[in-house]
Write a protein that binds this ligand. Structure first.
Ligand code: ASP
Length: 318
């Protein structure tokens, strides 16, 4: 039974809680496309997307997820909010709470920002990506996609290649896949590999060559070089990077014949991934996006229900 009124990171979840979310998402994923049977379980509730970093998929996906459940979804952009007038993150959140936001999806460049805010609000806080720390709903939708394609997660070999150092996606995935018993192979240039990468889980191993990481893998997840976190300065050149760490047909041939190719997006065609691979039938990149809506429906429903229980508990003891 789900009890968390926040989703701050995979590190806070048990194996059973991860499975509970994935199972709940299946129900939303299987809803008919024509809108019939749409369960308006969040009717009258308000979800606020508060994104301090750029986003296409995550923000839109939370918006669609909330709306499919009947919630009102409001997007707040820092560029046009009073953040530009010097308002703090906490004051911004407290004001959104005063407007009766039930859930706030927060994306922020600072690791730990959602955790900090969560300590000071009654609203449910969902981490939409914090710095290089965690991106829990991305890892959940990746697991959802993997499970759909491979019917299991335990025992799978998943290679995650690219800018591991700056990747909240890699961290959340290493934690989640480890918790569900998959082998995780992290691969990238030494300059873009955290020193403590293997500490991310007992099933995590680090590789310096993409060919070795991909060898016999069930899934290959490619990551973008995060230039906004100055990663571009940590590689020799884009062309050299593409040659050494890019996924192309030659490298993919090392994986299992039925291996799938994943990417959280945005993809940089011709850098970390050959466009022909990204567009091939091995790629599940757009399936990941589709899964994201169902996963976020499950998350929003559960955290808002848990926040209601929490609020009722406080009222009862007051
Ligand atoms: N969209 C993902 C994230 O926000 C991956 C990326 O930006 O490269 O972390």
């Amino acid at each position: 039974m789900w009890k968390n009124r926040h989703l701050l990171g995979i590190a806070h979840l048990t194996r059973d809680e991860i499975l509970e979310l994935l199972d709940a998402a299946v129900r939303w994923f299987d809803l008919p496309r024509d809108g019939t049977g749409s369960p308006r379980v969040l009717q009258g509730r308000t979800v606020v997307n508060l994104f301090f970093e750029s986003s296409t998929r995550t923000r839109t996906s939370f918006e669609v997820a909330g709306k499919r459940l009947g919630a009102d979804v409001v997007n707040v952009s820092p560029q046009t909010s009073s953040v530009t007038k010097g308002e703090t993150l906490l004051d911004t959140v407290r004001n959104l709470e005063a407007l009766r936001a039930d859930a706030i999806v927060l994306r922020h460049a600072s690791s730990g920002a959602p955790e900090f805010v969560a300590r000071h609000t009654m609203a449910a806080i969902v981490n939409g990506g914090d710095g290089a720390h965690e991106h829990p709903t991305q890892a959940l939708l990746d697991a959802f996609t993997l499970r759909r394609r491979k019917q299991r997660i335990e025992g799978l070999v998943v290679a995650i290649c690219g800018d591991i150092l700056h990747s909240r996606v890699a961290r959340s995935n290493a934690l989640l896949l480890g918790a569900l018993g998959a082998e995780v192979r992290l691969c990238g240039p030494r300059t873009l590999m955290p020193r403590d990468a293997e500490a991310l889980g007992p099933t995590v191993r680090v590789f310096g060559r993409i060919e070795d990481a991909v060898d016999g893998a069930d899934a290959v997840m490619m990551l973008r070089v995060q230039n906004e976190r100055l990663a571009g300065a940590m590689i020799a050149s884009t062309r050299e990077y593409a040659r050494t760490f890019g996924l192309n047909a030659r490298v993919l041939a090392r994986a299992k014949p039925d291996a799938i190719v994943m990417h959280p997006g945005p993809i940089n065609r011709g850098v970390e991934i050959d466009p022909r691979i990204a567009d091939s039938d091995r790629s599940v990149i757009l399936d990941q996006v589709e899964a994201g809506v169902a996963v976020r429906m499950a998350v929003l429903e559960k955290v808002i229900q848990a926040a209601d229980v929490h609020r009722a508990g406080i009222r009862a003891t007051a």
